[in-house]
Design a binder for this molecule. Structure first.
Ligand code: HEC
Ligand code: HEC
Ligand code: HEC
Ligand code: HEC
Ligand code: HEC
Ligand code: HEC
Ligand code: HEC
Ligand code: HEC
Ligand code: HEC
Ligand code: HEC
Length: 299
């Protein structure tokens, strides 16, 4: 760990960044910039923030160029005068400061782009703080790195860890997809990347978009009619195995649905059309067909 003066000179704050004015002082800000706080808060966690984009020297949007630590922790002269009695703004769901008020500090600089819809998101509705996922003082926050971000989500969405370990799964642990590829954890419809489920899938599976001469209505409706986007015990992320998958919607009273012989079920009869593999042996174009005579999705 570098010493405070060395760190400060590395990041260009050796001039004792002190943007505070008399008016700021009136508002309860203490002078001396980050250095004042670092006199007492020299532990690795506190210092870590100096190495993050929040202390980018020369960027006027950066807290480091505004009220430094107090851009987030609020005016702290009372705290500095009496640290054991008065706390500055403390973050985290354990804090006595309401989560909304904490998030407002962050949104003051970040309420645009991905976070436009934060207030309407399920995460905001469930009372999550920005700090439920972001470890702001850590220069290598887990949630921003593809290798580690899913672990942050799994802390609360344990069922998804299991889903991604099923026999068929999107290759998350293999490092080829990650939760934010499909989700915007800050908001939007279903906290998805696109405005609809299918549009999210088309980001990577564009060939399934069509248009098709012969559409299969459940595909245009939602990929999740047949697929579990996270993982499934059935092959190809399927919710169920054909023929049962298909027979949720298609009658099993006659072809297509005649039961295989040998199923042991009461009405099972020898069927002339059903081969062991089931419906997609013949209806291979289940997502839609562009063949002139593909109206039965067989080619
Ligand atoms: C004179 C020493 C001193 C200075 C200067 C100082 N602090 Fe503190 N600070 C403390 C002490 C001691 C505590 C622990 C209080 C407690 O545990 O109740 C503390 C607690 C905190 C906490 C809350 C930690 C928690 O989990 O409850 C924050 C945040 C904080 N300080 C930020 C700042 C900031 C920002 C500045 C600069 C504006 C600053 N401090 C300046 C001594 C200081
Ligand atoms: C961009 C906003 C932001 C800035 C700037 C900032 N902090 Fe923090 N600080 C946080 C958040 C959020 C937490 C809650 C824990 C976390 O996410 O790491 C925190 C936690 C703390 C704590 C609580 C004790 C702990 O270790 O968890 C202390 C002390 C602290 N900050 C001191 C400082 C000091 C000193 C500075 C300036 C060098 C500073 N902070 C700058 C956002 C900020
Ligand atoms: C005074 C303005 C300001 C405040 C307050 C602020 N930020 Fe930032 N934040 C920035 C700037 C500027 C950047 C750098 C953005 C860039 O380079 O595009 C940044 C970057 C980030 C990043 C990306 C960091 C990285 O390592 O790439 C995250 C995440 C973030 N902020 C979250 C937060 C959270 C959470 C809070 C509240 C605890 C907060 N910010 C408070 C201005 C602010
Ligand atoms: C449920 C977890 C979660 C919560 C809660 C959360 N974030 Fe994020 N945040 C992420 C993830 C994941 C990324 C990385 C996104 C990516 O890789 O595309 C991110 C990225 C960011 C970034 C940097 C990327 C960019 O868009 O420039 C900022 C800034 C940010 N978040 C701010 C916030 C703020 C402010 C809040 C609170 C209002 C917040 N976040 C709440 C998970 C979260
Ligand atoms: C601190 C706990 C927590 C963390 C961490 C967390 N979530 Fe959530 N998430 C929730 C809660 C609570 C809900 C709302 C209740 C529910 O539907 O389970 C939710 C809902 C969701 C939803 C459903 C959105 C909707 O509108 O239907 C998605 C998608 C989601 N989270 C994705 C993520 C991703 C991706 C991450 C990691 C970047 C993440 N979550 C991290 C607690 C968390
Ligand atoms: C390939 C895209 C994709 C990936 C990757 C993905 N999701 Fe999802 N997720 C979806 C879709 C699509 C839905 C909506 C499902 C629906 O409404 O039927 C969804 C729904 C959710 C929901 C809310 C409904 C439910 O099933 O509980 C949560 C929570 C969630 N995802 C968390 C996560 C987490 C955590 C990760 C990463 C570990 C992740 N997702 C990765 C596409 C994805
Ligand atoms: C970020 C890119 C991305 C997005 C978005 C995405 N996928 Fe995938 N998908 C992949 C990758 C990578 C594979 C693995 C391809 C391979 O193994 O050749 C895959 C494989 C699949 C498979 C085949 C799985 C198997 O076991 O053969 C299905 C089915 C699938 N995705 C459906 C979907 C659905 C439905 C959505 C929308 C909810 C979606 N995907 C969104 C990247 C994505
Ligand atoms: C009516 C049920 C159904 C719907 C709806 C559906 N699929 Fe499929 N999908 C299947 C079946 C069945 C297979 C397996 C085909 C096989 O094994 O030959 C499959 C296989 C796949 C595969 C892997 C093999 C390939 O063809 O590339 C991908 C990727 C895929 N689907 C994506 C999607 C996307 C994206 C959507 C939404 C636009 C979607 N599916 C909607 C039934 C469906
Ligand atoms: C969620 C409901 C649903 C599921 C699941 C489903 N389908 Fe369909 N399918 C439909 C609807 C609706 C139509 C359009 C019927 C019409 O136009 O009369 C259709 C049409 C078809 C057609 C063309 C029939 C025609 O008369 O044009 C075939 C073939 C077909 N489906 C096969 C399958 C197969 C094979 C599966 C399983 C992999 C399957 N379907 C799963 C709802 C479903
Ligand atoms: C041996 C090949 C074969 C298998 C296996 C097969 N089909 Fe068909 N299916 C056809 C052909 C060919 C047609 C065109 C019309 C016809 O000849 O009856 C058809 C027509 C259909 C139709 C549209 C006509 C109608 O009667 O509504 C649907 C829906 C259908 N099949 C669904 C299914 C489902 C669901 C399964 C699995 C349970 C299945 N098929 C298995 C070959 C097959």
């Amino acid at each position: 760990m570098l010493s405070v003066p060395v760190l400060l000179s590395v990041i260009g704050l050796s001039r004792a960044a002190d943007p505070a004015t008399d008016a700021d002082e009136g508002a309860g800000y203490v002078q001396g910039g980050a250095q004042t706080c670092l006199l007492c808060h020299k532990d690795q966690h506190a210092l870590g923030i100096l190495q993050t984009p929040h202390f980018t020297s020369g960027d006027p949007r950066s807290p480091g160029e505004q009220h430094a630590c107090q851009s987030c922790h609020g005016p702290a002269s009372a705290h500095v005068a009496n640290p054991l009695q008065v706390k500055p703004l403390v973050f985290g769901t354990q804090s006595t400061t309401p989560v909304d008020q904490q998030n407002t500090v962050c949104l003051g600089c970040h309420e645009s782009g991905e976070r436009n819809d934060w207030h309407a998101s399920s995460h905001a509705g469930a009372g999550l703080a920005c700090t439920s996922c972001h470890d702001i003082h850590d220069p290598h926050q887990a949630v921003l790195s593809r290798a580690t971000q899913a672990g942050v989500c799994f802390d609360c969405h344990l069922d998804k860890r299991q889903a991604f370990r099923r026999r068929s799964h999107h290759p998350l642990e293999e490092g080829l997809v990650s939760c934010p590829d499909c989700h915007n954890p800050h908001g939007g419809f279903g906290q998805l990347r696109a405005d609809a489920i299918n549009d999210t899938c088309f980001l990577c599976h564009a060939e399934k978009r069509g248009p098709f001469l012969w559409e299969h209505p459940p595909v245009a409706d939602s990929c999740t009619n047949c697929h579990d986007p996270h993982g499934s015990v059935q092959p190809t992320l399927l919710q169920q195995r054909p023929p049962f998958l298909c027979q949720q919607c298609h009658s099993n009273n006659y072809h297509p649905g005649t039961l295989y012989s040998g199923t042991g079920l009461p009405d099972a009869v020898p069927a002339n059309k059903l081969l062991a593999g089931g419906c997609i042996n013949c209806h291979s174009q289940v997502h839609g067909s562009n063949h002139p005579s593909g109206n039965f999705l067989t080619r």
